[in-house]
Design a protein around this ligand. Sequence first.
Ligand code: PBG
Length: 345
Amino acid sequence: MRDYLHDLSRPSSPGHAAFPRTRLRRNRRWPWIREMVQETRFVAANLIWPIFVIEGTNRREPIHSMPGVERLSIDLAAQAAEEAANLGIGAIAIFPVTPQEKKTEDGRHACDSKNLICETTRAIAAKTGNRIGIVCDVALDPYTSHGQDGLLRDGYVVNDETIAVLCEQAVNQAKAGATLIAPSDMMDGRIGAIRDALDESGFQHIGIMSYAAKYASSFYGPFRDAVGSAKNLASGDKKTYQMNPANSEEAIREVELDIAEGADIVMVKPGMPYLDIVRRLHDSFPVPVAVYQVSGEYAMLKFASQANALNEQSVVMESMLAFRRAGASAILTYYAKHVGQWLAE
Ligand code: PBG
């Protein structure tokens, strides 16, 4: 044994040269030193909590593909935002579940100042003041009868015509009190157009968090159940505008353009299967990166925990650390409230 150790410690043995004098386990010996040398941490302020909102009052509905997540009526959503603010959570992201009868080919309801996302924004702003950020999603899928994020012409989602509606939608949300506008539609050029539209309407101070590297992922399945767009989309997909999961170089181009057009924060979505993209963007651009732990990731963690295959709190907290280690500043997660509570314990 002695000879073996000696052998490894020879300078001619690269990587092992310093053993046995160097022992990395020394810095792992006690809790105090593990915490002292810990390279990344996260706090509740790093979190953004996506919530699903329905019409009515005092109503909550379970989402079967996302156990533990509920669709909430506006009053309960405002209450949830208040709880999140008290936990120090950075922001809340509102996703409206639009009643089918309000969905149309052109998704016009997106621009109605009395739609669900605007009413919820006002209710949350009234209850929380500026103690928590209010993120509003810009895309037409909650409002279109076909479930696509943009306008459909001959089966194709048209870019420039869609942008005109997105600009109106963004200004509509800003007027209701949104504090961060989050375009998730992946049309080309929409960040610049939305920036101009916001500025022209006096919303120079309202930031844009771009879903810049958003992939055409199968991990969005439960979300589409939650907002009820799955049946509208039917056999359709979003591959003509969302990114190919095989691509990484292209994420650089997407983000380069979005920054040039005025994005304040750029997002990678989904999260855990795309940590390489988070790291790459963080290393390539001096702009904050957000990451979205999407519905399918939530479902994986939740169902495995329910089956006692995983310890829920440990794996969720580990996933938060992994996002931070990869370089994310903001983490969108359906676990935000739980994480906030676990951090407060
Ligand atoms: C749609 C949108 C989607 C999500 C956020 N905004 C789904 C999609 O692109 O079909 C997915 C979020 C999740 O899966 O948690 N604009």
